[in-house]
Design a binder for this molecule. Structure first.
Ligand code: HEM
Length: 559
């Protein structure tokens, strides 16, 4: 159908104009008006931004060219460039303003706030995968679900996981034993193990009943993170309309399908167990691994601060002292299913979103943390020897499994773990959307509403004013006398405040059991110096060159 309209304005010849001519005739002024309105609405943001220091950018593109090249090149360029500025830096990616805050006083303003809790717009790329789960949701939904989920990671729930942490750690040791003397990428082993541990503990299903290996799931997650990182750094892939036309969309759909098929199976098998009246994990623990017989720790032990990854003096909703009652102390997926049965707090779709979120956040972070730890042990044999000396003191050559009480004795190992998380924080940046102008504490700058505030944990943890000799792996950075004098917000591997990591205590307990079990069995060897690590930050911090180590059997100390 031809769309023409008569117009008296254009005379008799030809007497009519096509609708498309009118459209283009009106489009130009409309665009000019829209641009003028857009510029005026951004005047405040641009004016405040102009006072904040940052590298010079190009018209329209801003600093987008800084994000060219491989993940490793982008990461090392940004880290190097940021050394030329102070603790507040701005960057423009096209029209998007990013303000990096590195002063712990300013970091505190954001992380301790109950107002600045909205995640940055870039987190929306996670949506097809994680839906509106705890990591990205905000407002009332986030508050209600945080309140529901945080108690499922209470220490008393975690203690019931100790045996399964042991069983799974011993199975990793069996897998690693087959690699003696060969160079391996330990991240492959850690990813598989951390997925399987999550399945058997927080999800409470048996990994044997899942007909997909933890490794396949972990690899799909890793590739998904590559795509998300690409979208974060390549300006043209921001709009869905362009991304959906790119080759990456089909690839992403396939990966999400692999990831979601595991989630669906997990929920299905948990529901089936629930229907049979089974509560708690259905994964089996062999009799000889059950620690009940020798762990004499009081059930109500409350351990805060550094033992569980938090700067001494900081508290969050995981540090609840009171015993919250037997009924409420359920593991994550048990509680989700039970709550959904009355449909009020959480519905089926929301359970899926939360399971996807916990499966991702719970495995990839700890896989990176444990892999960096093993590399540190290989690169610093003298430090490894001290960790082993402490383990020999605790276990006296016995093969017995690790108890909760043992983990509290692993003070030196804990300091090495903290130092690993300082130098190689698995979540290297945290980003929030600012809804209101924010006057900084450390200087006179005002960060404008509408920008993305970036908290670069990696840089904050390597600040020479806070950590003398920041690029040296020194577990003594976490001696009580040193931590006591440090700003709480200068060490934030698990973030802090109301949106801190809900899995912080889970991660610390699991890592101590997993890593001590590996070190009791093997000597870790590595000939790659830290300066040669090729770091990349595809959402989670990793080594682009692989986490390469070798293992040798360790001789047991006599009992
Ligand atoms: C070494 C291990 C871990 C590290 C370094 C880590 C770090 C973090 C960080 C920095 C955040 C804040 C992210 C942001 O604001 O964008 C976070 C959030 C979160 N983490 Fe972890 N995490 C670890 C392990 C875990 C584990 C084991 C779980 C679950 C079992 C978990 C579940 C979560 C969840 C659900 C959130 C979102 C919390 C919220 O927004 O309310 N994490 N984590």
């Amino acid at each position: 159908m031809s769309a023409t309209i008569a117009t008296p304005l254009v005379g008799a010849s030809p007497g009519i104009v096509s609708a498309s001519n009118v459209f283009y005739f009106l489009l130009a002024p409309a665009l000019i008006l829209w641009y003028a309105y857009w510029k005026i609405s951004r005047r405040h943001l641009e004016e405040l931004a102009s006072r904040i220091p940052g590298p010079a950018g190009l018209p329209i593109l801003g600093n987008a060219l800084e994000f060219m090249g491989t993940s490793h090149i982008i990461f090392s360029n940004l880290v190097k460039k940021s050394d030329n500025f102070g603790r507040t830096i701005k960057l423009w990616i096209g029209h998007k303003l990013l303000v990096f805050l590195m002063d712990p006083d300013d970091v505190e303003l954001i992380l301790s706030s109950h107002e600045h809790i909205d995640k940055a717009a870039e987190y929306r790329f996670f949506k097809p995968w994680l839906g509106d789960g705890l990591l990205i949701s905000t407002g009332q939904k986030w508050r209600a679900h945080r309140k529901l989920i945080a108690p499922t990671f209470h220490l008393n729930v975690l203690k019931s996981f100790v045996d399964l942490f042991n069983v799974n750690s011993l199975q990793v040791v069996d897998r690693l034993r087959k690699t003696m003397g060969k160079e391996i990428d330990c991240h492959d082993y850690m990813s598989e193990a951390t997925v399987e541990i999550l399945l058997e503990t927080a999800m409470g299903v048996s990994k044997k009943t899942q007909d997909q290996s933890g490794y396949d799931y972990a690899m799909a997650v890793m590739k998904m993170c590559d795509i998300l990182h690409l979208r974060h750094t390549k300006l043209w892939l921001y709009p869905d309309i362009i991304f959906n036309l790119s080759k990456y969309k089909g690839y992403q759909d396939k990966l999400i399908n692999t990831i979601h098929s595991l989630t669906r199976k997990v929920i299905k098998s948990k529901r089936a167990a629930f229907a049979q009246g089974i509560r708690g994990s259905i994964a089996e623990v062999p009799e000889n691994i059950k620690t009940k017989t020798f762990d004499k720790t009081e059930t109500k032990t409350v351990v805060e601060g550094l033992s569980f990854g938090q700067s001494a003096g900081l508290k969050d909703d995981l540090d609840v002292d009171e015993d919250i009652g037997e009924k409420k102390r359920m593991a994550f997926l048990d509680l989700m299913i039970e709550s959904s049965q009355n449909g009020v707090v959480i519905n089926d779709e929301e359970i899926k979103e939360q399971v996807d979120t916990i499966m991702f956040e719970g495995h990839d972070t700890t896989a990176a943390g444990s892999s960096f730890f093993l590399c540190m042990m290989g690169t610093h044999p003298e430090i490894q020897a001290k960790v082993v000396e402490e383990l020999d003191e605790i276990f006296k050559g016995s093969n017995r499994p690790v108890t909760f009480a043992d983990t509290l004795e692993m003070k030196y190992l804990e300091r090495c773990l903290m130092e690993t998380l300082r130098m190689y924080p698995p979540v290297p940046i945290i980003a929030r959307q600012l809804r209101r102008d924010l006057k900084l504490s450390s200087n006179d700058y005002v960060v404008p509403a509408g920008c993305t505030v970036v908290i670069p944990t990696y840089k904050i943890h390597r600040d020479a004013e806070t950590y003398p000799n920041p690029d040296k792996f020194d577990p003594d950075n976490f001696l009580p006398e040193r931590t006591a004098n440090r700003h709480y917000y200068a060490f934030i591997p698990f973030s802090a405040g109301p949106r801190s990591c809900v899995g912080r205590k889970y991660a610390m307990l699991k890592l101590k059991i997993l890593l001590s079990t590996i070190l009791r069995n093997f000597t870790i060897l590595s000939d790659v110096a830290e300066k040669d690590y090729q770091l990349q930050a595809d959402i989670i911090l990793k080594r682009a060159d692989g986490f390469r180590i070798k293992l040798a059997p360790r001789k047991k100390v006599a009992a």
